[in-house]
Write a protein that binds this ligand. Structure first.
Ligand code: SF4
Ligand code: MG
Length: 474
């Protein structure tokens, strides 16, 4: 409910092995449309039309960026697409993906979800040997590395593998060349990537909800450190991490299960919805509450609220409505204006809350601004008590792995006790699920997890700029 951590990107790729499907750009459109929750600032598609790359990309939502005309002209047998929320240091058209270049070995386009920690250092050293950059974006550094490495390697995969040895960070990456698309997941598998199939087409996407949307089947998750190549011959893969270790040592972002991913997706063998329900159950066991009604913070708290109700036996009901059509609000950043923005977005079902003791379940509380207003609205409408239960631990550390985050000092849980936060939010009581409880809810997952924003243990390290400020540099 608070201003969320926002996943920076979603990626989608498709290659038609039979070259007979004329709807590649439409399928890509539907694919990135289904990944819209991963980024709302810009969208783009590059198609491969017999070796000629055609691109359309712009700021805005997928449905606003593309119309029939664009999709009608973007014809080809392979494509990659992207949706994005820019990182704090990036702005302008330059950072809208996919990006393409002409290298000496042909055209290459790239789409990435994630963050490269040593991008600045790499950019500087590439400039020293004559590389020219047109943008400030991390992904241009990757394109430059691939193009440079391609000179000394026999294959595009070899150039990518070499690049993986040079970059540090979290990434799910799609690379399209004139005869293939390649999907890459970082060696720790921090960001998700899945492989799918529809008729003669193979697909790659950040989440398999994009496959469901177009009636494709999910083949499997791309493994941490895996490079998957799709050509007219089908797909093949290279494991840069020994296959048996890939999942065992994997560190998939646990925030995917908390909030980022769509509930109908499966990541690394676990249903996102089911894990949220289980977390809600753990929350009810760990932080019980004497109440009349369990309600969800719309919409991302719903699955955890259902789990909380199941485990506690307290009735689950609706008390808050979310206006889905709130776009931009033309208001300044004052306290009153922020409250107005929350009022436009959420409304209370008066009869449902009057005289009741309410437990409101939210997936996470990052800054808590919205949560605070919602609790006060519930009280204004006559709720007798409002108890807040949170289906993730307090967020204490910023994320360096591709999820925008407040600065560490902006995170209340960093410096305030649970009691102080309860007081700030105006709740009668406040309880967070433990990290153990959250992790146990993803049981059956093939991959271990990163939980750095909760525990400060950054499995892929932190960027040099974070230096001293970083809590547990490893
Ligand atoms: Fe995900 Fe948090 Fe790790 Fe970032 S720090 S990758 S949000 S678990
Ligand atoms: Mg929420």
């Amino acid at each position: 409910m608070s201003k969320k951590w926002q996943e920076e990107c979603g990626v989608f790729g498709i290659l038609d092995t039979s070259k007979t499907n004329s709807d590649i750009s439409k399928l890509t459109y539907y694919g990135i449309f289904s990944l819209q929750h991963r980024g709302q600032a810009s969208a783009g598609i590059v198609v491969n039309h017999d070796g000629q790359f055609l691109c359309h990309k712009a700021h805005g939502l997928v449905a606003d960026v593309f119309d029939d005309l664009h999709l009608g002209t973007l014809t080809g047998h392979a494509a990659i697409g992207h949706v994005r929320t820019p990182a704090p240091n990036e702005s302008g058209y330059d950072v809208v993906q996919p990006m393409q270049i002409k290298s000496h070995s042909g055209q290459i386009a790239i789409s990435i979800n994630g963050s490269i920690l040593n991008a600045n250092e790499l950019r500087d050293s590439l400039k020293e040997i004559g590389a020219i950059f047109q943008t400030t974006a991390d992904f241009e550094v990757l394109l430059s590395l691939i193009a440079r490495n391609r000179v000394s390697t026999d294959t595009l995969e070899g150039a990518i593998q070499k690049m993986m040895g040079e970059i540090k960070g979290a990434y799910a990456l799609l690379v399209m060349s004139e005869d293939r698309i390649i999907g890459v997941r970082d060696p720790l598998g921090l960001r998700p990537l899945v492989l799918g199939k529809k008729d003669d087409m193979y697909l790659l996407a950040s989440e398999n909800c994009a496959f469901d949307a177009i009636g494709a089947e999910t083949i499997r998750d791309v493994l941490p450190g895996e490079i998957i190549t799709i050509t007219e011959e089908g797909y093949s893969s290279i494991y840069t991490v020994p296959e048996c270790d890939a999942h065992k040592n994997g560190k998939l972002c646990i925030f995917e299960f908390v909030y980022l991913a769509r509930p109908d997706s499966f990541i690394d063998g676990t249903s996102v919805y089911e894990s949220r329900v289980q977390t809600g159950r753990a929350l009810a066991r760990e932080c019980p509450c004497d109440a009349d009604l369990v309600v969800a913070a719309p919409d991302s708290g719903i699955a955890a609220a259902i789990g909380y109700a199941q485990e506690s036996g307290i009735t689950y009901g609706q008390a808050l409505l979310k206006n889905r059509y709130v776009g931009r609000t033309f208001i300044e950043g004052t306290q009153a204006a922020r409250e107005m923005a929350v009022r436009l977005k959420f409304s209370v079902l008066k009869t449902a809350v009057k005289g009741k003791k309410i437990v409101i379940v939210d997936d996470s509380v990052v800054r808590g601004t919205t949560t605070k207003h919602i609790i006060s609205f519930l009280r204004e409408e006559g709720a007798k008590e409002v108890h807040l239960r949170v289906a993730s631990p307090p967020v204490k550390y910023p994320c360096y792995y591709g999820v925008s985050a407040s600065e560490a000092e902006m995170l209340p849980a960093r410096s305030m006790s649970v009691e102080e936060i309860r007081d700030m939010l105006g709740a009668d009581s406040l309880g967070y699920v433990s990290l153990e409880g959250l992790k146990a809810s993803t049981e059956g997952a093939l991959c271990g997890h990163c939980s750095a924003c909760f525990d400060g243990i950054f499995p892929a390290g932190v960027p040099a700029e974070a230096g001293e400020a970083s809590p547990h540099k490893i």
